[in-house]
Design a protein around this ligand. Structure first.
Ligand code: HEC
Ligand code: HEC
Length: 263
């Protein structure tokens, strides 16, 4: 083969590979799409990486014994526990950065008892940047349903928590739980680009919850390929909830999406 022909052939081949790398290689996709995930999800990943769950239980759900402490356990990072420990966001930052908020360090009674407990909260200040602490705060707030939602969507939030939707979709639908074989490598959240791509209108929203799929994706060859192939699929819930319950969950998801609390 002449030199010019070879160069031409290689150019065509590399353009083909570069163009398709995106679709072909899950790692390339996972790398690109990690920037689409929410602050809540980044906080969850960081918490895993920083070992928070060794003490605070799997995904921060608590349960680790702590002899000598008031409750006998390391507190959980979810379900409203945080409200009993801090007065504001700054104190969450202080817990993570310094191990204990200033207010509690100066409270002789609290600090005296704190020093008696077997397990103490480490100071992470030298391991984390300010931005990373911020992600952790977002994760912790979402896991504790903070800030409070509007009255009219409370019912939807309770249902979503009770039925474990957030186990897959992340605290407050922050998304990002791993899903092998899926297009983006993770379970989509209820905000940002993911939601825009998956839900064009309310009809599609309720189709996802009831049927676990939507028509538009079934007709699209690429989307339906990934919808079938992915390890974890959206369950079809229509037989397990009343129409009112499904509507309540849908309203809550739309509220989350609009308010952006879990981004
Ligand atoms: C060595 C065990 C340990 C590790 C690891 C740990 N914590 Fe803690 N954490 C504690 C204990 C014990 C307390 C209770 C402090 C008290 O009594 O005031 C606590 C309290 C907290 C609180 C306030 C109470 C609550 O549960 O809401 C937050 C927030 C917190 N930790 C976040 C984190 C984060 C984020 C990480 C990881 C970056 C982390 N912790 C890692 C032991 C730990
Ligand atoms: C076992 C994990 C799992 C559970 C539990 C689950 N989902 Fe999903 N859900 C998924 C996956 C995976 C997708 C993406 C489906 C696809 O792309 O084919 C999805 C998609 C969706 C979508 C489409 C929009 C988007 O951005 O996510 C909505 C809305 C939704 N789920 C709501 C719910 C609700 C409400 C519940 C609880 C009643 C729930 N899901 C429980 C895995 C789950």
């Amino acid at each position: 083969m002449r030199r010019k022909q070879r160069i031409l052939l290689y150019s065509i081949l590399s353009i083909f590979i570069i163009e398709n790398a995106f679709i072909l290689f899950p790692y390339v996709r996972a790398f690109i799409f990690q920037y689409e995930t929410s602050r809540v999800e980044r906080g969850l990943r960081l918490a895993e990486k920083m070992g928070c769950f060794s003490c605070h239980g799997p995904r921060g759900t608590g349960g680790m014994p702590n002899p000598g402490s008031k409750d006998g356990e390391v507190p959980s990072l979810d379900g409203g526990t945080i409200m009993m420990y801090v007065k504001n966001d700054e104190e969450i930052v202080e817990y993570i950065r310094d191990g204990l908020p200033k207010r509690k360090r100066q409270d002789e009674e609290y600090y005296g008892r704190y020093q008696q407990q077997a397990i103490k909260m480490p100071a992470y200040g030298s391991f984390l940047s300010e931005k990373e602490i911020d992600y952790l705060v977002s994760f912790i707030k979402a896991s504790n349903s903070m800030p409070e939602v509007d009255r009219e969507v409370e019912e939807g939030e309770n249902l979503v928590l009770r039925w474990g939707c957030t186990n897959c979709h992340g605290p407050r639908g922050g998304g990002g739980m791993k899903n092998p074989g899926s297009f983006k490598g993770y379970i989509p959240g209820w905000g940002g680009n993911d939601f825009r791509e998956l839900v064009e209108d309310e009809r599609e929203l309720y189709s996802w919850i009831k049927e676990g799929r939507i028509e538009r994706f079934e007709k699209n060859p690429l989307a339906s390929f990934f919808m079938r192939r992915q390890a974890i699929k959206m369950p079809a819930f229509k037989n397990f909830f009343t129409e009112e319950e499904i509507q309540a969950m849908g309203k809550y998801i739309l509220w989350l999406n609009r308010s952006g609390v879990s981004r």
